[in-house]
Design a protein around this ligand. Structure first.
Ligand code: QAP
Ligand code: CO
Length: 174
């Protein structure tokens, strides 16, 4: 018997070109979407992540989730974002980021410190959210996945090239 619970979804890893696709909007808010979001949550929890985007599971649709419930000193936020639109980016913050698709690498990234986002939930209902702190960083990081961007693209260029070289070596060794 193989239910959805037994499915082990692989998370695509850098430098997989499939992570570079621009994701398409979700059109149907049906059971398939719910199943995808559940599988994303399971893959994220399995790897100890705080956010995951659909393209990381080789599904290039505009959906991601953020779960800060296990992060200390954070509000217990767990939210699914479908067809997100980031409206305003304000301020500046630097946070040491990682990514489930770039395992074992962490580096400080400069991003906006606050934002306004409009999104739908799995039922298709529209929501608006004003985010700051780690939540704002996570939303920007996950939104980047929908545009085919990774956090390593946002490093200052000398670090970026050094980093890509390092990454390419460690990928080859696997
Ligand atoms: C994105 O990243 C993020 O290297 C989510 O070995 C990052 O969950 C949002 C992870 C920073 C906000 C701030 C990374 C797990 C998880 C690794 C993650 C690893 C295992 C990264
Ligand atoms: Co990521």
């Amino acid at each position: 018997m193989t239910g959805v619970d037994e499915v082990v979804d692989e998370i695509l890893e850098y430098p997989d070109p499939r992570l570079r696709r621009v994701s398409v909007p979700v059109e149907r808010f049906d059971e398939e979407l719910g199943t995808l979001l559940d599988r994303m949550a399971r893959a994220m929890q399995r790897e100890g992540g705080i956010g995951i985007a659909a393209p990381q599971l080789d599904r290039p649709v505009r959906a991601f989730l953020v779960d800060l419930s296990g992060v200390k000193d954070q509000e217990n936020i767990r939210r699914e974002f479908v067809n997100p639109e980031i409206r305003e980016l304000r301020g500046e913050t630097v946070f040491r980021e990682g990514c489930l698709s770039v395992p074992g690498f962490h580096y400080p990234v400069k991003r906006a410190s606050r934002l306004h986002v409009r999104y739908r939930d799995r039922g298709g209902a529209s929501h608006e959210l004003e985010a700051e702190g780690l939540l704002a960083v996570a939303i920007q990081h996950e939104f980047d996945h929908l545009e085919g961007r990774l956090f390593v693209d946002r490093l200052p260029w000398p670090k970026r090239w050094w980093y890509r070289w390092k990454l390419s070596r460690s990928v080859k060794k696997r």
